[in-house]
Design a protein around this ligand. Structure first.
Ligand SMILES: Nc1ncnc2c1ncn2[C@@H]1O[C@H](COP(=O)(O)OP(=O)(O)OP(=O)(O)O)[C@@H](O)[C@H]1O
Length: 356
């Protein structure tokens, strides 16, 4: 793995904390890029951020703009960290809280004041300069915490579930401002979240962690559509995951699979072999058609066992010979009738076959 002259490069990062280990984590984040890290609770996401910032001692290397900072103490690493709960001084105003971030950076008074003004303007909190933290909403507090971190002009921004305590209605604006600051400041950002929608919305790339390892790292759409394992598919919210049998490989990007009595040719991973495999059929890959004459559940005919309005779509569960599948339909006027027979069609290009 080469060391890029710019951004954050993590190479073979490993550490052990009690029962838990981080194993040889390597990746690069370019300036202006946001790498989102997702994974189950305890998979090591926060530990990874702490290792990058130097709060956790680790083996391996961290390079910031090609400089090896592995032996450098956290306060000299030019990383900035934002936590789930903003850490603000209750007796200081918003302005003073943000200025506090600069105290050990030794700025001349005039420049210091300008930097604070810019940081407040960038996070859209100039009007709150004189407020005490106790008067702020969760979203405003997190904006202050972000300004407090950004005012130091870090090269690497580490965010540990920064919006999980922020009201849903405020998240979109803060997300947009974070993205803009990362791009304008050419920061390399690593963003941990549990919220999949948030992950996909803010990420340039997504990394999935499992037991202290990164098991896949890819652009959001690629990792969702082409997961490398059942674990990644399930973690990213894929609902229809089935056992299938690969019976032919018509070309290097497609597999002909058999599931129950059905056969289909579906995109797959290049190295996939003939034999048992796992098939992901995202709910949007399935289309439904009424089949009033069908009396049995057989082949591609199933029975509606649940159907409900789910915001922008109708979500329908169909009992099939091969198991229960979920389909999303976008333009229905009403949910489907429970008990109705439907014929299920596959938009094969949206499916994905991976190793068992
Ligand atoms: N100082 C420590 N000593 C011992 N074990 C620790 C220490 N810090 C963290 N751990 C353990 O390391 C594992 C990874 O924790 P970490 O907080 O990094 O996971 P996470 O993916 O961020 O989880 P969550 O999503 O719940 O925040 C956990 O099992 C945790 O209990």
């Amino acid at each position: 793995m080469s060391i890029s002259p710019y951004g954050l490069t993590v190479r073979d990062l490993s550490l052990t904390l009690g029962e838990f280990s981080l194993h040889g984590v390597s990746f690069h984040v370019a300036p202006g890029e946001i790498l989102v890290v997702v994974g189950p609770s305890g998979s090591g996401k926060s530990t990874l951020l702490h290792a990058i910032s130097g709060l956790n001692r680790s083996e391996g290397s961290v390079f910031i703009d090609a400089v090896d900072v592995s032996g450098v103490p956290p306060e000299q690493r030019e990383t900035g960290m934002v936590f789930q709960n903003p850490v603000l001084f209750p007796k200081l105003s918003v302005r003073e809280n943000i200025g506090y971030g600069l105290d050990d950076v030794r700025q001349r008074d005039a420049k210091r004041s300008d930097l604070i003004d810019i940081a407040m303007a960038n996070m859209n909190i100039s009007a709150l300069a004189g407020n005490q933290p106790s008067t702020l909403s969760g979203g405003q507090s997190q904006r202050v915490a972000l300004a407090q971190t950004l005012v130091r002009r870090p090269k690497v921004l580490l965010l540990d579930e920064p919006l999980s305590h922020v009201e849903v209605s405020l998240r979109r604006d803060i997300r947009r401002d974070v993205k803009e600051q990362v791009m304008r400041g050419r920061l390399a950002a690593v963003y941990v979240t549990h919220d999949l929608e948030e992950a996909f919305l803010i990420a340039d790339r997504v990394a999935v962690m499992r037991n202290g390892r990164i098991v896949q790292i890819d652009a959001p759409m690629s990792i969702y559509r082409r997961p490398r394992s059942r674990f990644v598919a399930e973690l990213l919210g894929q609902e229809n995951i089935l056992a299938a049998m690969v019976i032919a490989r018509p070309d290097q990007d497609h597999a002909t699979v058999r599931v129950g009595r059905n056969e289909a040719t579906i995109p797959c991973e290049r190295g996939l072999r003939i034999g048992p495999a796992t098939l992901a059929l995202p709910p949007e890959s399935l289309t439904l058609e009424s089949a009033p004459d069908a009396s049995e559940i057989v082949g591609s005919v199933g029975q509606v066992i649940g159907s409900a309005f789910a915001g922008s779509k109708t979500q329908t569960e169909i009992e099939m010979e091969i198991g229960t599948l979920v389909a999303h339909e976008w333009d229905r006027e009403a949910p489907r009738t429970i008990g109705a027979r439907v014929r299920l069609d596959l938009r094969a290009e949206r499916g994905w076959v991976m190793e068992r």
